[in-house]
Design a protein around this ligand. Structure first.
Ligand SMILES: [Zn+2]
Length: 294
C-alpha cells in the first residue's frame, strides 16, 4: 500500500503536544514505536568551580564529559565563560576540533540582568574578541548566567550576530528556591514560552523543564526508574529536549553539601545511562547551533 506523504512543513506546523500525544503515550509502553522527529541537545555550562572558583572542572571535568560523549558518539554544546578559554585555550580548541560546539556563557560568570546596557555590550564585544583570538570563530549561541538574559540582551545578541539564546527557564520551580529575591523575574520566566521560538531574529531555545528542570540534578539525585519516567514525561510535551549540567558536576567539590550527599560519580554514571536511554527512545542528538525552527 502506498504511504501517504505529508509535506514536511505541514507535519511540523501542528501543535506538537496535541497531535503527537497519543503516539507518545503509546511509545512509553512500546519503545519499538518510535516517535518521529524527537531531538535532544546535550549542553554543559563551563565556568569556574563551585565554591572554590578554581578550574579543575575545566582541566578534569571536561575530560570526563568528553569520555562519555565519545562513548556515545554524541556532539554536545559547551557554553563557556571567557576566563576558562583564556586560561586553557587548547582545551577548547580540542573540543571544537572534535566537532562539539563552543558557545558563550558570559565574559565572566556574572548575571546579565544586573549589568547596565553599556556594561552588557562591553562584555559581549570582549567575549567575541576572545572567541576570535583563541578559537578563530564567532560564537553563535549565548546562555546567560543563572538564566538572566533580558530584553536588552536579546537586542545585543542580534546586533552582534548571534543566532540563538538558551537562557530562558520556563516551568522551572528551582529558580524560586535558588533565587527567592527575584520573584517577579522568576514568575515571568516560569510562564514564558517553553517551546523554541523566535525573539526578533534570535531563536530562543529554552532549557527543558516540567516543574523540575532537565539538569544535572536529575542524574545526581533520582534513581534510574524516576529518570526514565521524567524523560518520558518531558517527551510527552516537548519534541526538543535541552539537557544541561555544569562542568563542576563532574568533579569532587569538597565544600558542596549536595556533592557530599549525592556524589558527582552519580552524575557521571547516570549521564551515561540517560544518553543510552534517549538513544533507545530514538532521539536524534544535535548541537544547539544545528537547531532549526521547523
Ligand atoms: Zn553558570
Amino acid at each position: 500500500m502506498e504511504q501517504i506523504k505529508i509535506p514536511k512543513s505541514d507535519y511540523y506546523n501542528h501543535v506538537p503536544y496535541r497531535n503527537d500525544l497519543f503516539i507518545k503515550i503509546a511509545n512509553i509502553f512500546n519503545p519499538h514505536l518510535p516517535v518521529k522527529n524527537m531531538r535532544a541537545a546535550i549542553t554543559f555550562d563551563v565556568e569556574p568551580d563551585l565554591h572554590t572558583e578554581g578550574y579543575r572542572s575545566v582541566t578534569e571535568g571536561i575530560l570526563r564529559i568528553l569520555q562519555i560523549l565519545n562513548k556515545h558518539k554524541i556532539k554536545a554544546t559547551f557554553f563557556t565563560t571567557c576566563d576558562c578559554i583564556e586560561k586553557y585555550p587548547s582545551i577548547f580548541r580540542g573540543i571544537k576540533a572534535k566537532g562539539h560546539e563552543v558557545a558563550l556563557h558570559g565574559y565572566r560568570h556574572e548575571r546579565f540582568d544586573d549589568l547596565s546596557l553599556l556594561e552588557k555590550e562591553k562584555r559581549i564585544s570582549l567575549s567575541i574578541k576572545c572567541f576570535k583570538k583563541h578559537l578563530k570563530m564567532h560564537p553563535k549561541g549565548f546562555r546567560a548566567v543563572q538564566h538572566s538574559s533580558d530584553a536588552d540582551t536579546f537586542r545585543l545578541l542580534e546586533k552582534y550576530n548571534f543566532s540563538y539564546d538558551s537562557s530562558r527557564a520556563p516551568l522551572n520551580l528551582l529558580q524560586f528556591i535558588f533565587f527567592p529575591k527575584r520573584m517577579k523575574r522568576n514568575f515571568l520566566d516560569f510562564f514564558s514560552n517553553p517551546f523554541p521560538h523566535k525573539i526578533n531574529n534570535i531563536i530562543e531555545i529554552p532549557t527543558s523543564s516540567f516543574l523540575l528542570p532537565f539538569v544535572s540534578l536529575v542524574p545526581r539525585v533520582f534513581p534510574k526508574l524516576i529518570q526514565k519516567l521524567y524523560i518520558n514525561l518531558l517527551a510527552l510535551f516537548f519534541n526538543d529536549l535541552v539537557f544541561y549540567a555544569h562542568s563542576w558536576d563532574f568533579i569532587k567539590v569538597e565544600e558542596s553539601r549536595i556533592d557530599n550527599k549525592f556524589s558527582h560519580e552519580r552524575v557521571i554514571n547516570n549521564l551515561d545511562f540517560i544518553l543510552s536511554y534517549l538513544r533507545s527512545k530514538k532521539f536524534k542528538f544535535i548541537t544547539m547551533q544545528d537547531y532549526r525552527l521547523i
